[in-house]
Design a protein around this ligand. Structure first.
Ligand SMILES: [Zn+2]
Length: 318
């Protein structure tokens, strides 16, 4: 299938909505790279409806260029909850503008699932109706950033969340139950997820990227696998990734599992090479990572992932 044909199929899926698509899960090219999908940057941002009042927003990440940063938008009659921001003020402004097209309701909550800059750099562009929520771990990170003595005067403002979730917090907004969860350490150490029990939608933040080679340089390898297994055991139809396309529910479910299998392979290969006393400098060249070495950003992420596995084995992760 040509890239163009694949692109029109993606559009067809988006227009057909979550349940009426006759396309099988095999019909999209499994990649996170919009070029490979036959899309261009002008196809973004794009908004997809997952349920009656629930949407995703996908925008190309300016720092990574080929992959998207995704948000979950939950519209209720008592305000809007957004899972994460974008990496730049410009892209977060676009997100806020798209939300304004969907509803006149104010943004009441922003959940920071990943504290990394590509999900938080634009947070100052959210309106002041929004309360920011993060894990205690991530809140401390933002406090350190905001208070850093060598902060440049022109650095973009850091938004320090005022509310924290260390295990589970249930919000009921206009009759919609929204659970903010900490399923375990994964990509950042302060990872949060957002779960809609009635709609069976789980926004995974950076715990799950769709077809991107796992970025583990700040992660907790074996705990991450356990966190993914917990998510897989939940009653969810949609597993929404923070990066990579928001494909059909069936594809995303399959890919969330594939992502866990990729992590397990990386950990197994890291352990094998570590046990064989392979110097970390040679680990990426010696690791058997196929088929995951063909995933988007494998070249960027493999070394850091194996290094993190070595660190865990050496007891360096606390
Ligand atoms: Zn990210």
């Amino acid at each position: 299938m040509s890239g163009r044909a694949a692109a029109s199929l993606v559009v067809a899926v988006a227009l057909a909505g979550p349940s009426q698509s006759g396309l099988s899960a095999q019909d999209v090219i499994r990649t996170a790279d919009f070029n490979v999908r036959g899309l261009t940057s002008t196809d973004f941002p794009r908004v997809k409806q997952l349920a009656d009042h629930v949407y995703t927003f996908e925008q190309i990440d300016p720092t990574k260029r080929t992959v998207t940063v995704n948000n979950l938008i939950v519209v209720t009659t008592d305000g809007v909850l957004v899972a994460e921001g974008q990496g730049t003020v410009d892209n977060t402004k676009k997100l806020v503008a798209e939300i304004a097209k969907l509803t006149p309701q104010p943004i009441r909550y922003v959940v920071v699932g990943s504290e990394h800059g590509d999900h938080t750099g634009g947070n100052s562009a959210f309106p002041d109706t929004a309360t920011f929520m993060a894990s205690p771990y991530s809140k401390a990170t933002f406090e350190r950033q905001a208070g850093a003595p060598n902060r440049r005067a022109n650095a973009r403002p850091v938004v320090v969340p005022t509310e924290t979730v260390s295990d589970k917090r249930v919000l009921t907004l206009g009759g919609t139950e929204i659970d903010v969860l900490m399923l375990g350490r994964a990509h950042t150490g302060g990872d949060l997820e957002v779960y809609l029990p009635r709609e069976k939608i789980l926004f995974m933040s950076e715990v799950f990227s769709n077809r991107i080679f796992p970025s583990m340089a700040n992660g907790y390898p074996s705990e991450w696998v356990a966190t993914l297994r917990k998510a897989e055991a939940m009653d969810a139809a949609w597993y929404v990734p923070a990066h990579g396309f928001v494909d059909s529910a069936a594809v995303l479910k399959e890919e969330a599992r594939n992502f866990r299998l990729a992590l397990e392979r990386i950990i197994a290969e890291g352990r094998r090479l570590h046990d064989a006393k392979t110097p970390i400098e040679n680990a990426s060249a010696s690791a058997v990572l196929e088929p995951y070495d063909a995933w988007t950003r494998a070249g960027n992420n493999a070394f850091g992932a194996l290094q993190r596995v070595y660190m865990e084995l050496d007891g360096q992760l606390k």
